[in-house]
Design a protein around this ligand. Sequence first.
Ligand SMILES: Nc1ncnc2c1ncn2[C@@H]1O[C@H](COP(=O)(O)OP(=O)(O)OP(=O)(O)O)[C@@H](O)[C@H]1O
Ligand SMILES: [Mg+2]
Ligand SMILES: [Zn+2]
Length: 459
Amino acid sequence: MSYIALYRKYRPQKFADVVGQEHITKILKNQIKAQKVGHAYLFSGGRGSGKTSTAKILARAVNCLNPIDGEPCNECEICKEALSGNLVDIVEMDAASNNGVDNIRDIREEVEFIPTSGKFRVYIIDEVHMLSTGAFNALLKTLEEPPAHVIFILATTEPQKLPETILSRCLRFDFGRISIDNIVKRLRFICEDANIQIEDGALRIIARMADGAMRDAISILDRCSQESDEIITEERIRELSGIPKFELLYEMATLLLKKDEKNVLQYCNKILADGKDPKVYLPELIKFLRDVALVSIDENLVSYSEDEKKAIKELLNESNRRTILQLITSLSDIENKMRWASDPTILFETGLIKLCFDMTETPAATSELVTKNAKEINSNLTNKVLTILKENGKIRLHADLISAKFELQEDGIVHIIFSGPIQMVSKENFQKDETKIAIKSAVKQAIGKEVSVKYDNFK
Ligand SMILES: Nc1ncnc2c1ncn2[C@@H]1O[C@H](COP(=O)(O)OP(=O)(O)OP(=O)(O)O)[C@@H](O)[C@H]1O
Ligand SMILES: [Mg+2]
Ligand SMILES: [Zn+2]
């Protein structure tokens, strides 16, 4: 027997099985009961949130011989044929692979014919945003005057790519991301039905990783359950998913709050070397810091062991709620950027190191520094910084800066004064965040304090 993926096996067959989209299914059921269905629907929303499933249910419900309270019976001749994919009156088309004008022209010719066995001919066009302009125009003609026996259900994750002319002719439903609680409920149902043993904590972790997409959640469950017949524990899911243990979060939080950029960098490397995915690690770190902030209000709000709570309180002694909340905001920024980045690892590293600087700009301390020892500092600043860069392995940067001068000026900023025109490649390099961080870090090492840095004569 061939293996059927869990997410297919548990595709919702009734509106009642579609979790978390009740605002949509309720309206659809009412339309069916009242026999007032529309002729063009647009189902938009995130991946794996139930668009195609709902379209299939709707297509059956309008054709079912004995609909029950707006639901398809799934037992009559028509429903059965539809469920096995053999009902000619339900046509599913993937616009990603059939995006040409000819594909839509075929539909336009077909729609003139009455349905073979059902009441309606239903066209489900998935990924409709992929249609070519010509195809959109052809579709529009049909949508303008659809024959009474035809229903179009367009589905897409990217409704903003659809022409206004199409949007305005459809009844639109937005499929929201599914909440963690709703995902957990559905997973629990599947586990009971498929006889999968799993801890509640494990279900919650899976639901959180799925980020609102039910299909992803079910696929993760599927993979974990195939590993062994033993009960799936929270511990095991953490291992499999790369979700970090307490220490890995605690240590990083401590370093970030201390603004210890050198060790933050090292710790980032350790985390990556451990095979942790920054896209999983960072949200966990944010969640951890949120818990730390909660402990500062009431330690009963979080669930950690006594030892862990004690450690968190120590962390709180050296910091305050405000700094922690600021850190959470900055980390969330990095998380957002990372979602779209082609190389999240670099963003993760530079983002975290940058935080050590962003949070330490304290002009008062700097101006004090200027008046007291600017002269002394400047006497060997350039040499010191260059040596440090070399020691830090920044050979290329060292070479690029060899004829520049570092000078702490009255504005409390270290000016890097270039002696002449800079080569194009070097110039680009100087503008990179990583470079600025490396320079700032070397300057900090040289002076022993955090100082802003500026390029002068940068041409
Ligand atoms: N709201 C939901 N309730 C229950 N199961 C769901 C839901 N959404 C998705 N699923 C599960 O995920 C699988 C895929 O769902 P579906 O094909 O309907 O998603 P989709 O929104 O069309 O996704 P895509 O945008 O990737 O095409 C289903 O077979 C089902 O197992
Ligand atoms: Mg789909
Ligand atoms: Zn039926």
